[in-house]
Design a protein around this ligand. Structure first.
Ligand SMILES: Nc1ncnc2c1ncn2[C@@H]1O[C@H](COP(=O)(O)OP(=O)(O)OP(=O)(O)O)[C@@H](O)[C@H]1O
Ligand SMILES: [Mg+2]
Length: 459
């Protein structure tokens, strides 16, 4: 059959309709691709705030297939394997581990945990083991990464929680150094962007979730915003190791870094003959105040000593020399730490001697708010003025205490010039004035913060 040209000519209306349909098709295809892209990104892409995760992306699976298969086939292990804790803390965290695992299996609501304590006491170590033990995925983000994100922080934070929501195994979201961004919103020190990011975090964590569990770790939990404290269901104090725990740690790391390489298949190291058990007990006594991390580093130091020796033999004397070195360095660090505390008037970290005396139970002292610097300085001067004028200026009780000390520096009977005394007293009064609002501000901040004033504390 023959068709002439005039029969195939399409009317202009049809042409327009065809073009419109084509445009709609292209637009829909683009939107669908964008939606799919966003879905894949939320599901597979690691958010920029997450530093480390047990979840793997498709790219990683292609790059490391053996590692991925191993991870998929790995069985849940003991949550406390290789973690040395005091018996009471061990019991506590074991309960948490069991509860978390059962929560996952029963699809219940996870409880949020705060772990606090000095550096190197096993907080991160335990958090990772907890995730593996419970069969959950874990993701580690660190508080210090949030502030530099500036205005992108809010989007990045929402992305973390969107991504957490897509985990089929449940996600243990571990926020290390949490105080770096979860600090009080009332302080002027945090920027608007950080405040907005913190608000986004609070918004996403307002309800307990069956998708993710929040584990926060901090050395300075007293700096947390009060709303954060309100979201925490369980607080665990990771203390510095006591004598027994130190011995277990020394044995653990002596085994790992010395005995295993010396006796294992390839025998990469030689070890001199001596009573290893006795040596470990002896080292535990000589490492008072040291953290788990410091003791593990000691193990690495022994290994390095053997590798750097000419004959590759690790002797008792070499071990002792490393212990002495490590302990000296520990004392030096403590010296810097406490020097810093004196300069800044804060004691946010524990004193090692006090710590070990109480069996390694560590506490965190709050800033020395009861001893304002201005009052310390003026107390002796005020006393001279009071004696001179015979009138009571009724200073606060802590000034009275201070003045007792001040006597030795400025004895009451000191023969000073009258004019100089009057001048000093005037100066003292002018110094005392600004001290009052500072006190008031501190008390106000305490109310909004994590450490409400104790009953009866004069404000
Ligand atoms: N309780 C412990 N038991 C066994 N090893 C420990 C313990 N504490 C610390 N270590 C060793 O020190 C290393 C560092 O510990 P971890 O990262 O858990 O400390 P942390 O409490 O998170 O410290 P930070 O507050 O500085 O983050 C561990 O990988 C481990 O080798
Ligand atoms: Mg840590």
């Amino acid at each position: 059959m023959l068709i002439c040209d005039c029969c195939v000519t399409v009317s202009p209306h049809r042409q327009v309709a065809g073009l419109t349909l084509l445009a709609v098709g292209v637009y829909s295809a683009r939107s669908a691709t964008a939606v799919a892209g966003r879905y894949i990104e939320a599901r597979l892409g690691k958010p920029s705030l997450v530093r480390e995760t047990s979840r793997f992306t498709v790219a990683e699976a292609i790059k490391h297939p053996v590692k991925m298969t191993k991870r998929l086939r790995s069985k849940p292990q003991d949550a406390l394997e290789g973690v040395v804790l005091s018996p009471s803390l061990e019991e506590r965290v074991r309960d948490i581990a069991i509860a978390t695992r059962n929560t996952r299996q029963n699809n219940g609501l996870y409880r949020n945990i705060l772990m606090y304590g000095p550096p190197g006491t096993g907080k991160t170590l335990f958090a990772k083991k907890l995730a593996v033990h419970s069969g959950m995925d874990y993701a580690i983000m660190t508080g210090g990464d949030v502030a530099p994100m500036g205005r992108d922080g809010v989007t990045a934070m929402h992305k973390v929680f969107d991504w957490a929501g897509t985990s089929r195994r449940g996600l243990l979201l571990f926020v290390d150094e949490a105080d770096a961004f979860l600090r009080k919103r009332s302080t002027e020190k945090i920027s608007e962007d950080l405040r907005a990011t913190l608000n986004a975090f609070l918004y996403r964590t307002g309800e307990q979730s069956s998708k993710f569990m929040l584990v926060l770790a901090s050395n300075q939990p007293e700096q947390f915003d009060w709303a954060i404290n309100d979201r925490i269901d369980e607080i665990v104090n990771f203390a510095l190791p006591g004598p027994d725990e130190r011995e277990r740690l020394v044995r653990l790391y002596f085994d790992k870094y010395v005995l295993e390489p010396a006796t294992g298949g390839r025998q990469r190291m030689k070890l001199a003959q001596f009573d290893y058990g006795q040596k470990c007990s002896d080292i535990a006594k000589r490492t008072e105040g040291m953290s788990g991390r410091e003791i593990s580093k000691l193990g690495v130091a022994w290994q390095a000593a053997a590798y750097s020796s000419e004959d590759g033999v690790l002797t008792e004397a070499m071990i002792d020399a490393r212990v002495d070195d490590a302990f000296k360095q520990h004392l030096q660090k403590m010296d810097w730490l406490h020097g810093d505390e004196v300069t800044h008037g804060t004691t946010l970290t524990p004193h090692p001697a006090g710590a070990t005396a109480s069996g390694g139970k560590m506490g965190f002292n709050l800033p020395l708010s009861q001893a304002p610097e201005a009052q310390e300085v003026i107390a002796p001067v005020l006393e001279v003025k009071m004696k001179q004028e015979g009138e009571s200026l009724s200073p606060p009780s802590n000034i009275n205490n201070q003045s007792a000390e001040g006597k030795s520096a400025t004895p009451a009977g000191q023969d000073c010039e009258d004019a100089a005394k009057a001048e000093a007293a005037t100066e003292a009064k002018s110094l005392a004035k600004p001290a009052a609002p500072t006190d008031g501000k501190m008390a106000k901040e305490d109310k909004t913060g994590s450490s409400p004033p104790k009953d009866g504390t004069p404000v």
